[in-house]
Design a protein around this ligand. Structure first.
Ligand SMILES: [Zn+2]
Length: 260
């Protein structure tokens, strides 16, 4: 039995849009990872309902008291590294391998697209892949950061003793310029922007669909709950990405992408 509320017709419609509107680029938010057991930020059960973002997610808070910020980040790093890619991550990787998806632009820092097999991933909010020392500028890979965290409440730089900062974008920090530029370029080129698991509230990423629309492309949305762009979307599926996207992959299997 098909458990999708959106139904077979909607899956076919989305597959048809992806087939007809190449290149397609995916834009993903926290909702793509909730099915991996990673809490989102803004829902009633999200992280910011329990932790004040100004106290735990801002660069000012980190500069004031990095150990306190790490009391939030230490269990979060464990949650993120313990999570596994879900069928939505895997389906996006398959769409790329089959030639249907040019890239994934993501707000997520959890590395699950990469671990799910995606090759072209643009991380506009950074990631936990590395941490950098604000004191001496040394950068350490995730594994080293975790080793340091295993021995302390906050990871201190082995070189100079400052508390390391994960290379994720905190509130009050600039977004990584090269990634943002690349994301906007991809959005403008896309004839279909496939939004997955984002309510499109966080700027400047929320502006990407407008770039696609302004350049004559279309937007399709797979998200539980409303988004800021529902009225302008060519297709909107209020459903589980982990169920919709694998069904879309199956619908496109055996079809060969036309190269532009
Ligand atoms: Zn250092």
């Amino acid at each position: 039995m098909n458990s999708l509320r959106s139904g077979v017709v909607s899956v076919r419609a989305l597959a048809g849009l992806i087939r007809d509107r190449q290149p397609c680029v995916a834009l993903t938010g926290a909702g793509v990872s909730t099915e991996s057991g990673i809490p989102d930020f803004r829902s009633p059960t999200g992280l910011w309902a329990r932790f004040d973002p100004l106290e735990y997610g801002s660069i000012d808070a980190f500069r004031r008291d990095p150990v306190r910020v790490w009391s939030f980040y230490k269990p979060r790093v464990e949650t993120l590294t313990g999570a596994e890619p879900n069928p939505a991550h895997v389906a996006l990787a398959e769409l790329e391998q089959l030639g249907w998806l040019e890239a994934v632009v993501t707000q997520n820092i959890d590395l699950l697209h990469e671990r799910g097999g995606s090759r072209t991933v643009v991380e506009v909010h950074g990631s936990i892949r590395t941490a950098t020392c604000p004191g001496c500028g040394s950068t350490y890979p995730l594994q080293r950061m975790r080793e340091l965290l295993a021995e302390a409440d906050a990871p201190a730089c082995p070189g100079c003793g400052w508390i390391l900062k994960p290379d994720v974008v905190f509130f009050g920090e600039l977004l990584p310029a090269a990634e943002i530029e690349r994301a906007y370029e991809l959005a403008r080129r896309a004839r279909l922007l496939l939004v997955v698991g984002s309510s499109l509230e966080v700027h400047p990423v929320a502006g990407l669909p407008h770039e696609t629309l302004a350049a004559g492309g279309e937007v399709a949305i797979v998200n539980r709950g409303p988004t800021a762009l529902d009225a302008r979307a060519a297709l909107r599926l209020d459903d589980s990405a982990g169920e919709v996207l694998p069904a879309v992959v199956e619908a496109l299997r055996g079809v060969t992408p036309r190269r532009a």
